[in-house]
Design a protein around this ligand. Structure first.
Ligand code: F6P
Length: 359
């Protein structure tokens, strides 16, 4: 039995712990393990395919990043290429990929990725490749699993920043607006904001009204609390407004969101006359050592992925449905994107403790 492992899309703390657990579990069964470098590029001859041994995964569980590298521009069905006119184009290299996997003697693949990579995994499965998915994203926006690894680490990174911003905001009677990741889902903003006692939390799922945001800041002033902390997800937008885009992506990449914190800080300063500052936490949330929770979850996912292969559960994704790790069809996980439910208890409790969502 020979399996291959790949990591695709944006990285998340815990990827190495999945790889380590999967490799050790597979070797323990007497299987061979290959690592596909940089998403699917290794199978397309654009990067390497390397053997993964006990030595390759020694001492990596606590490390951020991925020893296999990753890319957000490696969809084999829409692979970046240069056309005859020298311009960017996309080509379907999925046949080539499946053939290469066959030539390498790969019996099954573990694909660790977010919704984009899992969608590709599903298409490859429909074309005959035996795949098992492992959900990964700091945004926690994959359905079917209570949480994804990387999310807890990102929340803790954001929380540490909020704690630090509190002391300086209070010293200066300032409003500080901190932007966290979350294109479509506001879980990082919600969880770090609630845990960090933020005053305003703005998420993509609840469009905000700037007047309401300023009302909250005024009411704190009247109560003698002259500073405020606003946590905003990068994908948040005002009622009827649009998301803030920070810059150009390379061709074939996603739009790069960002800048909503700065926009909000300017608006709040103009409307309230209070001194405002802004901060984009950015990729700090994706880097560094995974928390204990993420390391354990990632390790459980890696072990479960190998058990899924042994049981022949292909086209499935491992998922946390506490207290168990289960397997669910990838299509089921992809059917409905996971978003913050505005009636969830975390939102209700936040409101009850005075947090404004700007609505
Ligand atoms: O991992 C998902 C995510 O964190 C999004 O919230 C964010 O928009 C995106 O990654 C940014 O990724 P990159 O800069 O790698 O394109």
């Amino acid at each position: 039995m020979r399996i291959a492992i790949s990591t695709g899309g944006g990285d998340a703390p815990g990827l190495n712990a999945v790889i380590r657990a999967a490799v050790l579990s597979a070797l323990g069964r007497g299987w061979d393990v290959l690592g596909i470098k940089r998403g699917y590029a290794g199978l397309l001859g654009e990067d390497e395919v390397v053997p993964l041994t006990r030595e390759s995964v020694r001492g990596i569980a606590h490390m951020g990043g991925t020893i296999l590298r990753t890319t957000s521009r490696g969809d084999p069905f829409h692979y970046p290429a240069v056309g005859p006119d020298g311009a960017y184009c996309e080509v379907d290299r999925s046949d080539e990929l499946i053939e290469r996997a066959g030539n390498l003697g790969v019996d099954a693949m573990i694909i660790i990725g977010g919704d984009g990579s899992l969608r590709i995994a599903q298409r490859l499965f429909e074309r005959g490749l035996k795949v098992v998915g492992v959900p990964k994203t700091i945004d926690n926006d994959v359905s079917g699993t209570i949480t994804t690894f990387g999310f807890d680490t990102a929340v803790n990174t954001a929380l540490e920043a909020i704690d630090k911003l509190h002391t300086t905001a209070e010293s200066h009677d300032r409003v500080i607006v901190m932007e966290v990741m979350g294109r479509d889902a506001g879980f990082i903003a919600l969880h770090s904001g609630v845990a960090g006692s933020a005053d305003v939390i703005l998420i993509p799922e609840i469009p905000y009204d700037i007047e309401k945001v300023c009302d909250k800041i005024h009411s704190r002033d009247r109560a003698g609390r002259y500073f405020s902390i606003v946590v905003v997800a990068e994908g948040a937008r005002s009622v009827g407004g649009s998301v803030s885009v920070i810059g150009e992506s390379l061709p074939g990449g996603d739009l790069r969101l960002g800048g909503v914190a700065d926009k909000l800080a300017r608006e709040i300063q103009t409307r309230t006359g209070k001194e405002c500052r802004s901060l984009i936490l950015g990729h700090l949330q994706r880097g560094g050592m995974p928390t204990g929770y993420d390391r354990l979850l990632a390790t459980r996912f890696g072990g479960a992925a190998v058990r899924a292969i042994a049981a022949g559960c292909f086209g499935q994704m491992v998922a946390l449905q506490s207290p168990h790790i289960v397997c669910i069809p990838i299509v089921e996980a992809l059917a409905q994107p996971k978003r913050v439910d505005p009636s969830h208890d975390v939102v209700m409790t936040a409101r009850a403790t005075g947090v404004s969502f700007g609505d």
